[in-house]
Design a protein around this ligand. Structure first.
Ligand SMILES: *[C@@H]1O[C@H](CO)[C@@H](O)[C@H](O)[C@H]1NC(C)=O
Ligand SMILES: *[C@@H]1O[C@H](CO)[C@@H](O)[C@H](O)[C@H]1NC(C)=O
Length: 535
Protein backbone atom coordinates (compact mmCIF):
# COMPACT_ATOMS: atom_id res chain seq x y z
CA UNK A 1 0.00 0.00 0.00
CA UNK A 2 3.01 2.27 0.48
CA UNK A 3 3.68 2.87 -3.17
CA UNK A 4 0.31 4.17 -4.43
CA UNK A 5 0.10 6.57 -1.49
CA UNK A 6 3.51 7.93 -2.27
CA UNK A 7 2.50 8.31 -5.87
CA UNK A 8 -0.64 10.16 -4.88
CA UNK A 9 1.42 12.52 -2.73
CA UNK A 10 3.71 13.09 -5.64
CA UNK A 11 0.81 13.86 -7.96
CA UNK A 12 -0.81 16.19 -5.44
CA UNK A 13 2.56 17.83 -4.93
CA UNK A 14 3.02 18.36 -8.65
CA UNK A 15 -0.53 19.67 -9.00
CA UNK A 16 0.01 22.06 -6.10
CA UNK A 17 3.22 23.40 -7.63
CA UNK A 18 1.44 23.78 -10.97
CA UNK A 19 -1.48 25.56 -9.37
CA UNK A 20 0.77 27.97 -7.48
CA UNK A 21 2.89 28.77 -10.52
CA UNK A 22 -0.10 29.01 -12.88
CA UNK A 23 -1.70 31.74 -10.80
CA UNK A 24 1.19 34.03 -11.60
CA UNK A 25 2.36 32.53 -14.87
CA UNK A 26 -0.65 33.63 -16.87
CA UNK A 27 -0.30 37.20 -15.69
CA UNK A 28 2.34 39.39 -17.35
CA UNK A 29 5.44 40.58 -15.51
CA UNK A 30 6.50 44.22 -15.62
CA UNK A 31 10.08 45.14 -14.69
CA UNK A 32 11.24 48.50 -13.39
CA UNK A 33 14.41 49.99 -11.98
CA UNK A 34 13.83 53.15 -9.99
CA UNK A 35 16.65 55.25 -8.56
CA UNK A 36 15.85 57.65 -5.74
CA UNK A 37 17.99 60.78 -5.47
CA UNK A 38 17.83 64.33 -4.20
CA UNK A 39 17.43 67.09 -6.72
CA UNK A 40 16.66 70.79 -6.87
CA UNK A 41 13.47 72.23 -8.28
CA UNK A 42 11.96 75.70 -8.18
CA UNK A 43 8.45 75.05 -7.06
CA UNK A 44 7.03 77.99 -5.14
CA UNK A 45 9.35 80.60 -6.62
CA UNK A 46 12.64 79.57 -5.04
CA UNK A 47 14.85 76.49 -5.55
CA UNK A 48 14.43 73.78 -2.94
CA UNK A 49 15.57 70.21 -2.35
CA UNK A 50 13.18 67.54 -3.58
CA UNK A 51 13.19 63.75 -3.83
CA UNK A 52 13.33 62.44 -7.40
CA UNK A 53 12.66 58.99 -8.81
CA UNK A 54 14.55 58.46 -12.08
CA UNK A 55 15.09 62.19 -12.10
CA UNK A 56 11.34 62.90 -12.02
CA UNK A 57 9.26 64.95 -9.60
CA UNK A 58 6.62 63.70 -8.96
CA UNK A 59 7.84 60.14 -9.52
CA UNK A 60 7.05 58.10 -12.66
CA UNK A 61 3.46 57.12 -13.34
CA UNK A 62 3.05 53.39 -12.82
CA UNK A 63 0.45 52.23 -15.38
CA UNK A 64 -0.45 48.57 -14.97
CA UNK A 65 -3.34 46.21 -15.74
CA UNK A 66 -5.29 44.17 -13.18
CA UNK A 67 -3.27 41.11 -12.08
CA UNK A 68 0.03 42.32 -13.58
CA UNK A 69 3.07 41.24 -11.60
CA UNK A 70 5.36 44.14 -10.73
CA UNK A 71 9.07 43.56 -10.19
CA UNK A 72 10.51 46.88 -9.12
CA UNK A 73 14.09 47.34 -8.07
CA UNK A 74 14.33 50.44 -5.89
CA UNK A 75 17.80 51.92 -5.51
CA UNK A 76 18.23 54.34 -2.63
CA UNK A 77 20.76 57.11 -3.30
CA UNK A 78 19.55 59.33 -0.44
CA UNK A 79 21.56 59.85 2.73
CA UNK A 80 18.80 58.20 4.80
CA UNK A 81 17.03 54.83 4.82
CA UNK A 82 14.03 54.78 2.49
CA UNK A 83 10.92 52.78 1.58
CA UNK A 84 8.02 53.23 -0.79
CA UNK A 85 4.53 52.01 0.06
CA UNK A 86 1.85 51.26 -2.54
CA UNK A 87 -1.18 53.13 -1.27
CA UNK A 88 -4.26 50.98 -1.79
CA UNK A 89 -2.52 48.01 -3.39
CA UNK A 90 -3.91 45.19 -1.29
CA UNK A 91 -0.79 42.99 -1.43
CA UNK A 92 -2.90 39.84 -1.15
CA UNK A 93 -1.16 37.29 1.13
CA UNK A 94 1.89 39.46 0.73
CA UNK A 95 2.36 42.02 3.53
CA UNK A 96 6.10 41.30 2.97
CA UNK A 97 5.95 43.89 0.15
CA UNK A 98 3.90 46.58 1.85
CA UNK A 99 6.86 48.90 2.28
CA UNK A 100 6.19 50.25 5.76
CA UNK A 101 8.50 49.97 8.77
CA UNK A 102 6.33 47.33 10.44
CA UNK A 103 6.75 44.97 7.49
CA UNK A 104 10.05 45.88 5.83
CA UNK A 105 13.53 46.93 6.86
CA UNK A 106 14.23 50.29 5.28
CA UNK A 107 16.60 50.26 2.30
CA UNK A 108 19.91 51.67 3.56
CA UNK A 109 21.62 54.48 1.60
CA UNK A 110 23.44 53.23 -1.52
CA UNK A 111 21.55 49.99 -1.42
CA UNK A 112 18.51 48.49 -3.13
CA UNK A 113 15.48 46.25 -2.66
CA UNK A 114 13.39 44.58 -5.35
CA UNK A 115 9.67 44.69 -4.61
CA UNK A 116 7.65 41.80 -6.07
CA UNK A 117 3.88 42.15 -5.96
CA UNK A 118 0.75 41.68 -8.00
CA UNK A 119 -2.08 44.14 -8.72
CA UNK A 120 -4.42 41.24 -7.90
CA UNK A 121 -8.14 41.79 -8.56
CA UNK A 122 -7.85 45.56 -8.40
CA UNK A 123 -8.85 48.39 -10.71
CA UNK A 124 -8.67 52.15 -10.34
CA UNK A 125 -6.57 55.16 -9.41
CA UNK A 126 -4.02 54.70 -6.65
CA UNK A 127 -0.71 56.23 -5.56
CA UNK A 128 2.63 55.33 -4.05
CA UNK A 129 4.73 57.42 -1.69
CA UNK A 130 7.68 57.22 0.72
CA UNK A 131 6.67 55.80 4.12
CA UNK A 132 9.94 56.68 5.86
CA UNK A 133 10.61 59.76 8.02
CA UNK A 134 9.19 62.91 6.38
CA UNK A 135 10.36 62.01 2.86
CA UNK A 136 6.84 62.35 1.51
CA UNK A 137 7.09 66.11 2.17
CA UNK A 138 9.85 66.32 -0.46
CA UNK A 139 8.40 64.13 -3.22
CA UNK A 140 9.00 60.49 -4.13
CA UNK A 141 5.26 60.08 -4.65
CA UNK A 142 3.46 59.23 -7.87
CA UNK A 143 0.39 57.77 -9.50
CA UNK A 144 -0.34 54.05 -9.70
CA UNK A 145 -3.14 53.47 -12.19
CA UNK A 146 -4.58 49.97 -12.53
CA UNK A 147 -6.46 49.52 -15.81
CA UNK A 148 -9.10 46.86 -16.43
CA UNK A 149 -8.31 43.69 -18.38
CA UNK A 150 -9.90 43.64 -21.83
CA UNK A 151 -12.08 40.66 -20.83
CA UNK A 152 -13.64 42.61 -17.94
CA UNK A 153 -16.20 45.28 -18.84
CA UNK A 154 -16.21 48.66 -17.10
CA UNK A 155 -19.46 50.56 -16.45
CA UNK A 156 -18.66 53.52 -18.74
CA UNK A 157 -17.41 54.07 -22.28
CA UNK A 158 -13.66 54.15 -22.72
CA UNK A 159 -12.69 57.81 -22.31
CA UNK A 160 -10.96 59.71 -25.12
CA UNK A 161 -8.04 60.46 -22.85
CA UNK A 162 -6.77 59.96 -19.35
CA UNK A 163 -5.26 62.61 -17.06
CA UNK A 164 -3.61 62.04 -13.70
CA UNK A 165 -3.71 64.86 -11.14
CA UNK A 166 -1.70 64.58 -7.94
CA UNK A 167 -2.89 67.38 -5.72
CA UNK A 168 -1.47 68.23 -2.33
CA UNK A 169 -0.35 70.81 0.16
CA UNK A 170 3.32 71.77 -0.02
CA UNK A 171 6.10 73.31 2.07
CA UNK A 172 9.11 75.28 0.91
CA UNK A 173 10.87 73.80 3.96
CA UNK A 174 13.06 70.72 3.50
CA UNK A 175 11.86 67.36 4.78
CA UNK A 176 14.70 67.33 7.33
CA UNK A 177 13.69 70.70 8.75
CA UNK A 178 10.05 69.57 8.95
CA UNK A 179 11.14 66.41 10.74
CA UNK A 180 13.21 68.49 13.18
CA UNK A 181 10.13 70.53 14.04
CA UNK A 182 8.17 67.35 14.78
CA UNK A 183 11.09 65.76 16.67
CA UNK A 184 11.29 68.85 18.86
CA UNK A 185 7.68 68.22 19.87
CA UNK A 186 5.99 70.90 17.79
CA UNK A 187 3.28 70.80 15.18
CA UNK A 188 4.06 71.73 11.56
CA UNK A 189 3.20 75.27 10.49
CA UNK A 190 0.49 75.93 7.92
CA UNK A 191 1.64 74.80 4.43
CA UNK A 192 3.03 77.31 1.94
CA UNK A 193 1.00 76.29 -1.08
CA UNK A 194 -0.92 73.66 -3.01
CA UNK A 195 0.52 71.88 -6.04
CA UNK A 196 -1.02 70.02 -8.96
CA UNK A 197 1.45 67.45 -10.33
CA UNK A 198 4.28 69.13 -8.47
CA UNK A 199 3.70 72.47 -10.15
CA UNK A 200 1.72 75.67 -9.98
CA UNK A 201 1.13 75.77 -13.77
CA UNK A 202 -0.07 72.69 -15.61
CA UNK A 203 -2.16 72.47 -18.77
CA UNK A 204 -4.38 69.57 -19.77
CA UNK A 205 -5.44 69.66 -23.42
CA UNK A 206 -8.53 67.99 -24.86
CA UNK A 207 -10.82 68.22 -27.85
CA UNK A 208 -14.20 69.84 -27.71
CA UNK A 209 -17.01 67.28 -27.48
CA UNK A 210 -14.80 64.51 -26.13
CA UNK A 211 -14.81 62.92 -22.69
CA UNK A 212 -11.71 62.64 -20.50
CA UNK A 213 -10.92 60.73 -17.37
CA UNK A 214 -9.40 62.70 -14.50
CA UNK A 215 -7.69 60.62 -11.81
CA UNK A 216 -7.36 62.86 -8.76
CA UNK A 217 -5.36 61.90 -5.67
CA UNK A 218 -4.50 63.93 -2.59
CA UNK A 219 -0.80 63.23 -2.01
CA UNK A 220 -0.33 66.09 0.46
CA UNK A 221 0.74 65.90 4.09
CA UNK A 222 -2.36 66.93 5.98
CA UNK A 223 -4.84 69.21 4.23
CA UNK A 224 -8.22 68.21 2.76
CA UNK A 225 -8.71 69.75 -0.68
CA UNK A 226 -11.70 70.69 -2.79
CA UNK A 227 -11.36 69.99 -6.53
CA UNK A 228 -13.38 71.63 -9.30
CA UNK A 229 -13.27 72.65 -12.96
CA UNK A 230 -14.66 75.98 -14.15
CA UNK A 231 -17.85 75.54 -16.22
CA UNK A 232 -17.77 71.73 -16.15
CA UNK A 233 -19.42 69.08 -14.06
CA UNK A 234 -17.66 65.87 -13.13
CA UNK A 235 -19.19 62.41 -13.32
CA UNK A 236 -17.80 60.28 -10.49
CA UNK A 237 -17.11 56.74 -11.74
CA UNK A 238 -14.59 55.13 -9.42
CA UNK A 239 -13.37 55.61 -5.85
CA UNK A 240 -10.34 53.57 -4.71
CA UNK A 241 -11.41 50.46 -6.59
CA UNK A 242 -15.19 50.77 -6.23
CA UNK A 243 -17.38 51.52 -9.22
CA UNK A 244 -19.92 53.98 -7.90
CA UNK A 245 -23.30 55.38 -8.86
CA UNK A 246 -22.36 57.89 -11.55
CA UNK A 247 -23.57 61.16 -10.03
CA UNK A 248 -22.56 64.58 -11.36
CA UNK A 249 -20.66 66.94 -9.06
CA UNK A 250 -19.57 70.58 -9.35
CA UNK A 251 -16.81 69.97 -6.84
CA UNK A 252 -15.39 67.10 -4.81
CA UNK A 253 -13.70 66.99 -1.43
CA UNK A 254 -10.61 64.81 -1.58
CA UNK A 255 -9.00 64.13 1.79
CA UNK A 256 -5.35 63.25 2.38
CA UNK A 257 -4.48 59.83 0.98
CA UNK A 258 -7.71 59.48 -1.02
CA UNK A 259 -8.27 59.08 -4.77
CA UNK A 260 -11.31 59.65 -7.01
CA UNK A 261 -11.82 59.11 -10.73
CA UNK A 262 -14.20 61.30 -12.72
CA UNK A 263 -15.24 61.72 -16.35
CA UNK A 264 -15.46 65.23 -17.79
CA UNK A 265 -17.04 66.02 -21.15
CA UNK A 266 -15.66 69.06 -22.90
CA UNK A 267 -19.11 70.36 -23.78
CA UNK A 268 -18.53 74.09 -23.33
CA UNK A 269 -17.61 76.87 -25.79
CA UNK A 270 -13.96 76.56 -26.94
CA UNK A 271 -11.94 78.43 -24.35
CA UNK A 272 -9.51 77.66 -21.57
CA UNK A 273 -10.95 76.85 -18.16
CA UNK A 274 -9.53 76.87 -14.65
CA UNK A 275 -8.91 73.63 -12.80
CA UNK A 276 -8.83 74.40 -9.06
CA UNK A 277 -7.66 72.61 -5.93
CA UNK A 278 -8.09 74.62 -2.73
CA UNK A 279 -7.65 73.88 0.94
CA UNK A 280 -10.76 72.87 2.85
CA UNK A 281 -11.64 73.79 6.44
CA UNK A 282 -8.66 76.13 6.84
CA UNK A 283 -8.87 79.73 8.02
CA UNK A 284 -6.56 80.87 5.22
CA UNK A 285 -7.42 79.22 1.91
CA UNK A 286 -4.55 78.14 -0.32
CA UNK A 287 -5.45 77.64 -3.97
CA UNK A 288 -3.71 75.93 -6.87
CA UNK A 289 -4.87 76.30 -10.44
CA UNK A 290 -4.18 74.43 -13.65
CA UNK A 291 -5.68 74.91 -17.09
CA UNK A 292 -8.11 72.82 -19.08
CA UNK A 293 -7.30 73.84 -22.66
CA UNK A 294 -9.71 73.09 -25.50
CA UNK A 295 -7.48 72.30 -28.50
CA UNK A 296 -9.56 74.71 -30.62
CA UNK A 297 -9.42 77.46 -27.99
CA UNK A 298 -7.99 80.92 -28.78
CA UNK A 299 -9.03 82.35 -25.41
CA UNK A 300 -6.88 82.24 -22.30
CA UNK A 301 -8.34 81.42 -18.88
CA UNK A 302 -10.36 84.25 -17.41
CA UNK A 303 -13.13 85.12 -15.03
CA UNK A 304 -13.43 84.37 -11.35
CA UNK A 305 -12.33 80.95 -10.13
CA UNK A 306 -15.26 78.61 -9.56
CA UNK A 307 -16.40 79.10 -5.98
CA UNK A 308 -15.54 76.62 -3.27
CA UNK A 309 -18.41 75.06 -1.29
CA UNK A 310 -19.29 76.55 2.08
CA UNK A 311 -16.96 75.92 5.03
CA UNK A 312 -19.34 73.36 6.45
CA UNK A 313 -18.50 69.86 7.58
CA UNK A 314 -22.12 69.00 7.06
CA UNK A 315 -21.90 69.74 3.31
CA UNK A 316 -18.87 67.49 2.97
CA UNK A 317 -20.44 64.70 5.05
CA UNK A 318 -23.57 64.84 2.88
CA UNK A 319 -21.45 64.59 -0.24
CA UNK A 320 -19.60 61.58 1.20
CA UNK A 321 -22.94 59.83 1.79
CA UNK A 322 -23.73 60.11 -1.94
CA UNK A 323 -20.73 57.92 -2.82
CA UNK A 324 -22.41 54.56 -3.24
CA UNK A 325 -21.65 51.25 -4.84
CA UNK A 326 -23.31 50.51 -8.15
CA UNK A 327 -24.57 47.11 -7.07
CA UNK A 328 -24.99 45.77 -10.60
CA UNK A 329 -21.61 46.81 -11.97
CA UNK A 330 -18.47 44.80 -11.45
CA UNK A 331 -15.15 46.07 -10.15
CA UNK A 332 -11.97 44.22 -11.23
CA UNK A 333 -13.69 40.84 -11.27
CA UNK A 334 -16.70 39.86 -13.41
CA UNK A 335 -19.19 39.32 -10.56
CA UNK A 336 -21.35 42.32 -9.62
CA UNK A 337 -20.18 44.23 -6.53
CA UNK A 338 -23.64 43.84 -5.01
CA UNK A 339 -23.34 40.05 -4.93
CA UNK A 340 -21.35 40.46 -1.70
CA UNK A 341 -24.00 41.20 0.92
CA UNK A 342 -21.72 42.79 3.49
CA UNK A 343 -24.66 44.24 5.44
CA UNK A 344 -25.95 40.80 6.33
CA UNK A 345 -22.76 39.71 8.10
CA UNK A 346 -22.65 40.01 11.88
CA UNK A 347 -19.33 41.53 12.96
CA UNK A 348 -17.17 39.33 15.16
CA UNK A 349 -15.85 42.38 17.01
CA UNK A 350 -16.41 46.12 17.37
CA UNK A 351 -13.38 48.32 17.85
CA UNK A 352 -13.65 52.00 18.72
CA UNK A 353 -10.53 53.99 17.86
CA UNK A 354 -10.28 57.45 19.33
CA UNK A 355 -7.51 59.74 18.13
CA UNK A 356 -5.96 62.30 20.45
CA UNK A 357 -3.16 64.83 20.71
CA UNK A 358 -1.30 65.24 23.96
CA UNK A 359 2.05 66.17 25.39
CA UNK A 360 4.34 63.42 26.63
CA UNK A 361 7.46 64.75 28.41
CA UNK A 362 6.58 68.16 27.03
CA UNK A 363 6.50 66.98 23.42
CA UNK A 364 3.50 66.72 21.12
CA UNK A 365 2.44 63.13 20.40
CA UNK A 366 -0.65 61.77 18.67
CA UNK A 367 -2.28 58.61 19.93
CA UNK A 368 -4.92 55.97 19.31
CA UNK A 369 -6.92 55.17 22.45
CA UNK A 370 -4.22 56.90 24.48
CA UNK A 371 -1.33 54.93 23.01
CA UNK A 372 1.22 56.65 20.80
CA UNK A 373 2.97 54.32 18.37
CA UNK A 374 6.75 54.11 18.21
CA UNK A 375 8.61 52.14 15.53
CA UNK A 376 10.62 49.13 16.67
CA UNK A 377 14.17 48.46 15.46
CA UNK A 378 12.86 45.28 13.83
CA UNK A 379 9.88 45.04 11.45
CA UNK A 380 7.00 43.42 13.33
CA UNK A 381 6.36 41.07 10.45
CA UNK A 382 9.91 39.74 10.64
CA UNK A 383 9.84 39.49 14.45
CA UNK A 384 6.71 37.37 14.06
CA UNK A 385 8.25 35.18 11.37
CA UNK A 386 11.43 34.50 13.32
CA UNK A 387 9.53 34.19 16.63
CA UNK A 388 11.39 36.99 18.35
CA UNK A 389 9.52 38.10 21.46
CA UNK A 390 9.41 41.56 22.97
CA UNK A 391 9.41 43.60 19.75
CA UNK A 392 5.76 44.65 19.91
CA UNK A 393 2.91 44.73 22.37
CA UNK A 394 -0.38 43.02 21.57
CA UNK A 395 -2.65 44.60 24.14
CA UNK A 396 -1.73 48.25 24.05
CA UNK A 397 -4.48 49.66 21.78
CA UNK A 398 -7.35 47.98 23.58
CA UNK A 399 -5.73 47.93 26.96
CA UNK A 400 -5.34 50.39 29.77
CA UNK A 401 -1.85 51.81 29.90
CA UNK A 402 -1.38 55.14 28.18
CA UNK A 403 1.86 56.31 26.77
CA UNK A 404 4.06 55.06 23.99
CA UNK A 405 4.18 51.51 22.64
CA UNK A 406 4.78 49.48 19.50
CA UNK A 407 1.16 48.47 19.43
CA UNK A 408 -0.33 45.59 17.50
CA UNK A 409 -3.99 44.63 17.53
CA UNK A 410 -4.46 40.86 17.31
CA UNK A 411 -7.22 39.56 15.02
CA UNK A 412 -7.92 36.27 13.30
CA UNK A 413 -8.07 35.56 9.61
CA UNK A 414 -11.76 35.71 8.54
CA UNK A 415 -12.86 37.96 11.39
CA UNK A 416 -15.37 40.58 10.27
CA UNK A 417 -14.73 43.85 12.08
CA UNK A 418 -16.79 46.90 12.79
CA UNK A 419 -14.37 49.77 13.37
CA UNK A 420 -15.56 53.14 14.63
CA UNK A 421 -13.21 56.09 14.28
CA UNK A 422 -14.16 58.52 17.02
CA UNK A 423 -12.71 61.99 16.53
CA UNK A 424 -13.06 64.17 19.62
CA UNK A 425 -10.63 66.74 18.27
CA UNK A 426 -11.32 69.85 16.22
CA UNK A 427 -9.01 68.60 13.44
CA UNK A 428 -10.07 66.72 10.32
CA UNK A 429 -8.89 63.09 10.31
CA UNK A 430 -8.06 60.74 7.46
CA UNK A 431 -7.61 57.06 8.38
CA UNK A 432 -6.01 54.44 6.15
CA UNK A 433 -5.71 50.65 6.38
CA UNK A 434 -3.12 48.74 4.35
CA UNK A 435 -3.95 45.35 2.83
CA UNK A 436 -7.66 46.05 2.55
CA UNK A 437 -10.51 48.08 1.35
CA UNK A 438 -13.45 48.52 3.70
CA UNK A 439 -17.10 49.54 3.55
CA UNK A 440 -17.66 53.07 4.82
CA UNK A 441 -21.11 52.55 6.33
CA UNK A 442 -21.71 55.67 8.37
CA UNK A 443 -20.72 59.22 9.25
CA UNK A 444 -22.21 61.16 12.14
CA UNK A 445 -21.50 64.04 14.44
CA UNK A 446 -20.84 63.77 18.17
CA UNK A 447 -20.28 60.51 20.00
CA UNK A 448 -20.87 57.15 18.36
CA UNK A 449 -23.06 54.73 20.29
CA UNK A 450 -24.48 51.34 19.31
CA UNK A 451 -27.80 52.94 18.43
CA UNK A 452 -26.08 54.84 15.59
CA UNK A 453 -25.97 51.51 13.76
CA UNK A 454 -29.54 52.25 12.70
CA UNK A 455 -28.14 54.98 10.43
CA UNK A 456 -25.61 52.70 8.69
CA UNK A 457 -25.80 52.10 4.96
CA UNK A 458 -25.90 48.31 4.92
CA UNK A 459 -26.94 48.06 1.27
CA UNK A 460 -24.71 50.01 -1.10
CA UNK A 461 -21.86 51.63 0.82
CA UNK A 462 -18.67 51.78 -1.23
CA UNK A 463 -15.37 50.19 -0.30
CA UNK A 464 -12.21 52.28 -0.13
CA UNK A 465 -8.82 52.26 1.60
CA UNK A 466 -8.89 55.70 3.26
CA UNK A 467 -11.75 57.44 5.01
CA UNK A 468 -12.17 60.89 6.45
CA UNK A 469 -13.49 61.54 9.95
CA UNK A 470 -14.94 64.99 10.54
CA UNK A 471 -14.10 67.08 13.63
CA UNK A 472 -16.04 66.02 16.74
CA UNK A 473 -17.64 63.25 14.70
CA UNK A 474 -17.38 59.55 13.97
CA UNK A 475 -17.04 57.35 10.90
CA UNK A 476 -17.92 53.65 10.95
CA UNK A 477 -16.43 51.01 8.64
CA UNK A 478 -16.85 47.28 8.17
CA UNK A 479 -13.89 45.18 7.10
CA UNK A 480 -13.67 41.53 6.17
CA UNK A 481 -10.30 40.24 7.35
CA UNK A 482 -9.57 37.94 4.43
CA UNK A 483 -5.94 38.95 3.93
CA UNK A 484 -3.45 37.43 6.35
CA UNK A 485 -0.51 39.60 7.34
CA UNK A 486 0.70 42.50 9.42
CA UNK A 487 -1.15 45.60 8.25
CA UNK A 488 -0.61 49.24 9.09
CA UNK A 489 -3.65 51.18 10.32
CA UNK A 490 -2.60 54.82 10.31
CA UNK A 491 -3.50 58.42 10.04
CA UNK A 492 -2.95 59.49 6.43
CA UNK A 493 -2.05 62.89 7.84
CA UNK A 494 1.72 62.54 7.95
CA UNK A 495 2.44 64.64 11.03
CA UNK A 496 -0.01 62.51 12.98
CA UNK A 497 1.35 59.25 11.57
CA UNK A 498 4.94 60.32 12.30
CA UNK A 499 4.11 61.28 15.87
CA UNK A 500 2.25 58.09 16.76
CA UNK A 501 -1.29 57.94 15.36
CA UNK A 502 -0.97 54.44 13.95
CA UNK A 503 -0.69 50.78 14.91
CA UNK A 504 -0.64 47.39 13.20
CA UNK A 505 -3.47 44.95 12.68
CA UNK A 506 -2.12 41.42 12.89
CA UNK A 507 -4.41 39.21 10.83
CA UNK A 508 -3.27 35.84 12.00
CA UNK A 509 -3.80 32.17 11.46
CA UNK A 510 -1.77 29.82 13.67
CA UNK A 511 -1.25 27.36 10.80
CA UNK A 512 1.44 28.50 8.38
CA UNK A 513 0.05 27.83 4.90
CA UNK A 514 0.97 29.12 1.47
CA UNK A 515 -2.74 29.17 0.68
CA UNK A 516 -3.12 32.02 3.19
CA UNK A 517 0.19 33.80 2.99
CA UNK A 518 3.21 33.77 0.68
CA UNK A 519 6.55 32.76 2.04
CA UNK A 520 9.11 35.31 3.16
CA UNK A 521 10.79 36.75 0.04
CA UNK A 522 14.21 35.29 -0.74
CA UNK A 523 15.70 38.80 -1.07
CA UNK A 524 14.22 40.07 2.23
CA UNK A 525 16.27 42.82 3.87
CA UNK A 526 17.22 42.05 7.47
CA UNK A 527 17.80 44.55 10.24
CA UNK A 528 17.52 44.99 14.01
CA UNK A 529 17.06 41.71 15.89
CA UNK A 530 16.84 39.60 12.71
CA UNK A 531 20.24 40.50 11.25
CA UNK A 532 22.00 37.34 10.16
CA UNK A 533 18.88 35.15 10.24
CA UNK A 534 18.19 32.92 7.27
CA UNK A 535 14.71 33.16 5.74
C1 LIG B 1 19.53 44.63 -5.78
O1 LIG B 1 19.65 44.65 -7.20
C2 LIG B 1 20.20 43.47 -7.78
C3 LIG B 1 20.25 43.67 -9.27
O2 LIG B 1 20.93 44.83 -9.59
C4 LIG B 1 19.35 42.27 -7.45
O3 LIG B 1 19.96 41.11 -7.97
C5 LIG B 1 19.17 42.15 -5.95
O4 LIG B 1 18.28 41.11 -5.66
C6 LIG B 1 18.64 43.45 -5.37
N1 LIG B 1 18.61 43.33 -3.92
C7 LIG B 1 17.48 43.12 -3.23
C8 LIG B 1 17.65 43.01 -1.76
O5 LIG B 1 16.39 43.00 -3.74
C1 LIG C 1 -24.48 50.71 -12.89
O1 LIG C 1 -23.75 49.77 -13.64
C2 LIG C 1 -24.47 49.28 -14.74
C3 LIG C 1 -23.73 48.06 -15.29
O2 LIG C 1 -22.41 48.36 -15.66
C4 LIG C 1 -24.65 50.41 -15.73
O3 LIG C 1 -25.32 49.96 -16.87
C5 LIG C 1 -25.45 51.51 -15.05
O4 LIG C 1 -25.55 52.62 -15.89
C6 LIG C 1 -24.80 51.94 -13.74
N1 LIG C 1 -25.75 52.78 -13.00
C7 LIG C 1 -25.47 53.98 -12.48
C8 LIG C 1 -26.59 54.70 -11.83
O5 LIG C 1 -24.36 54.47 -12.51
Amino acid sequence: MGKPVMKLHLIIGVLAVLAVSLVNAEDPYLYYTWTVTYGTRSILGAPQQVILINNQFPGPKLDVVTNNNIILNLINKLDQPFLLTWNGVKQRKNSWQDGVLGTNCPIPPNSNYTYKFQAKDQIGSYTYFPSTLMHRAAGGFGALNIYHRSVIPIPYANPDGDFTLLIGDWYKTSHKALQQTLDSGKSLPFPHGVLINGQTKTTFTGEQGKTYMFRISNVGLSTSLNFRIQGHSMKLVEVEGSHVIQNLYDSLDVHVGQSVTVLVTLNQPPKDYYIVASTRFTRTVLTATAVLHYSNSQTAVSGPLPAAPAYKYHWSMQQARTYRWNLTSNAARPNPQGSFHYGKITPTKTIVLANSASYINGKLRYAVNGVSYVNADTPLKLADYFNIPGVFSMNAVQGVPSGVATSVMPTNLHDFLEVVFQNNENAMQSWHLDGYDFWVVGFGSGQWSPKKRRTYNLVDALTRHTTQVYPNSWTAILVSLDNQGMWNMRSASWERQYLGQQFYLRVWNPVRSLANEYDIPSNVLLCGKVVGRHP
